[in-house]
Ligand binder design. Structure first.
Ligand SMILES: NC(=O)C1=CN([C@@H]2O[C@H](COP(=O)(O)OP(=O)(O)OC[C@H]3O[C@@H](n4cnc5c(N)ncnc54)[C@H](O)[C@@H]3O)[C@@H](O)[C@H]2O)[C@@H](O)CC1
Ligand SMILES: Nc1ncnc2c1ncn2[C@@H]1O[C@H](COP(=O)(O)OP(=O)(O)O)[C@@H](O)[C@H]1O
Ligand SMILES: [K+]
Length: 478
């Protein structure tokens, strides 16, 4: 699991540790970790000795880290040049160490022939987007041929929210110190960080709950339902799917397809007769049941809403019956328009995209897009349900607070009609198999993204291709 903490939490943990260590020790640890990663990158392109390294050096401790790491590389024979953001404000000890090791200051032409650029302009002390010379240097780094290694985080991203306001450094790799920051897990900032490596500097006084966490492959493998030897189809779980309508039958098909790939023993379909007949033609193994959920056979969880129209009495009734069953359920798409007066709870997973979330909160879509972390937390708290906010980084929040999950497997290939229906079916199956709502939603998003990544290798994908690659995604984790 990758755990990320907010800047004020990291600062408190850092102060606790600094009080117990000699002056400057923490920066030395950070710089040593940074220099080790830089050396590894340079080794892959011909070695540290003689390599040309440019440092972008800001006015704070982020610049200090870069200078001490640069000194370490210079001692190993690298030709290190420091481009200072402000010559009147620079970490004096770091600059002295660099010069003593044979490095020197330079103007920004140092970027032109560098093999590696180390971005030490701004770390967790940064506020707002890059301005003036910092923005200019970020653009020059983007134009240069060198690989870019960010110190702690790419300069200019918002560490706490993952927002990017204006120009910001785009790194190939980031060395982050002590703990992840939410911005390293949430787009658009995460996308600017490249491969993120965590350097342990001994921070221990971090809060019990992370602000944001991201499941990794091993976590997901541990959560996937696995049938025991002596199981049967009912013990594995039965999921009910109340999706699809006469006007939108495809959404019902795709949700059923996702549910069939979610590790349950059986899928029951409840909906219009003609949609049920279509489903049976494609999947004879589905149990096609009554048109209303309350009349269907027993299930352990429901999926409802994909392909349900708004302002429709039958759709409202299907949604209400699913929620009234008090079973765990996924409410997607159309079902999100019928939430008034329903008794939601943590066991209900709502799956809005930013537009649907905006409508539920009575705000503009752009506001949600601009601060997805706050809005997913707010929506979960306000509606009293588990909320999965879809998007380039899908986020999942519980109504009682706690760590928000950020999905690490997203790919733009998923932005294709019907892909959300597959996701809803998949999460419903994981709920029926017994995963708790937060885990079902985050494992579902992880597998959905992984299936998208596998499928896109063969070319552009449609939602149906996700169904075909889900078993491969599953296999990859076993
Ligand atoms: N937190 C930790 O545990 C550790 C932190 N260290 C380093 O210290 C960094 C934090 O250092 P600082 O607190 O000095 O902060 P930074 O070095 O991130 O930034 C400091 C200064 O940049 C200026 N600034 C802020 N926003 C700006 C903007 N948008 N454009 C231009 N200038 C701007 C301000 O004058 C601010 O005081 C971390 O990111 C990390 O690199 C490490 O040295 C050691 C361990
Ligand atoms: N830029 C993106 N990068 C990664 N995933 C995305 C992006 N845009 C959308 N997605 C994902 O694609 C899926 C689209 O779902 P949704 O908006 O409900 O579409 P539909 O209703 O057509 O199925 C969601 O899982 C969402 O997280
Ligand atoms: K930085």
């Amino acid at each position: 699991m990758r755990r990320a903490y907010h800047v004020d939490e990291i600062r408190r943990a850092e102060a606790d540790l600094m009080a117990r260590l000699p002056d400057g020790a923490l920066m030395q640890r950070a710089a040593a970790g940074l220099a080790a990663v830089a050396a590894r990158i340079l080794r892959d392109s011909g070695g540290v000795y003689g390599a040309r390294v440019a440092l972008l050096v800001g006015v704070g401790d982020n610049g200090g880290d870069a200078l001490y790491a640069g000194a370490g590389l210079a001692r190993r024979g690298a030709r290190v040049r420091a481009v200072l953001l402000d010559e009147t404000r620079v970490h004096a000890g770091g600059l002295a160490a660099l010069v003593e090791a044979g490095g020197r200051t330079a103007d920004e032409t140092a970027l032109d022939d560098a093999e590696l650029i180390i971005d030490g302009m701004l770390g967790i002390g940064g506020h707002g987007g890059l301005r003036g010379r910092a923005a200019q240097l970020a653009r020059a780094a983007a134009d240069a041929a060198a690989a870019v290694l960010a110190v702690d985080l790419p300069s200019g991203i918002d560490a706490d929210s993952g927002q990017v306001a204006g120009t910001c450094v785009r790194a190939d790799a980031t060395v982050t110190f002590g703990a992840y920051k939410p911005g390293l897990l949430i787009d658009p900032a995460a996308e600017h960080a490249g491969v993120v490596e965590l350097v342990d500097i001994g921070l221990s006084a971090l809060p019990e709950h992370a602000a944001v966490e991201a499941l990794q492959a091993a976590d997901v493998a541990g959560l996937l339902p696995r049938p025991s030897h002596a199981t049967d189809k009912y013990l594995r779980g039965v999921v009910g799917v109340a999706c699809g309508s006469v006007d939108y039958p495809g959404a019902g098909m795709l949700a059923v397809g996702g549910a069939l790939r979610g590790g349950v023993g059986a899928v029951r379909y409840s909906g219009p007769r003609q949609v049920g007949e279509e489903i049976l033609r494609r999947w004879p193994e589905v149990l096609v049941e009554a048109e209303l959920p309350s009349a269907a056979g027993r299930v352990q969880a429901w999926v409802c809403g994909s392909g349900l129209p708004a302002d429709d009495e039958y759709a409202a009734q299907r949604t209400k019956q699913v929620v009234d069953s008090a079973l765990p359920a996924v409410l997607d798409a159309g079902a999100l328009t019928y939430l008034d007066d329903l008794d939601l709870g943590e066991h209900i997973v709502l799956t809005p995209h930013a537009g649907e979330a905006a409508r539920l909160l009575g705000v503009e879509r752009a506001q949600v897009e601009a601060n997805r972390l706050d809005f997913v937390r707010g929506l979960a708290a306000e509606l009293g349900a588990t909320v999965l906010l879809k998007g380039s980084t899908t986020l999942i929040a519980e109504p009682g607070g706690g760590a928000v999950r950020a999905n690490p497997t997203g790919t733009a290939a998923l932005a294709t009609a019907g892909s959300g229906d597959v996701l809803a079916g998949l999460i419903g199956a994981l709920l029926a198999a017994g995963l708790r709502p937060l885990d079902a939603a985050s494992v579902g998003a992880y597998m959905h993204g992984l299936a998208g990544r596998l499928a896109r290798r063969e070319g552009p994908i449609a939602a149906g291709d996700l169904l075909a690659s889900l078993p491969r995604a599953w296999h990859n984790l076993q």
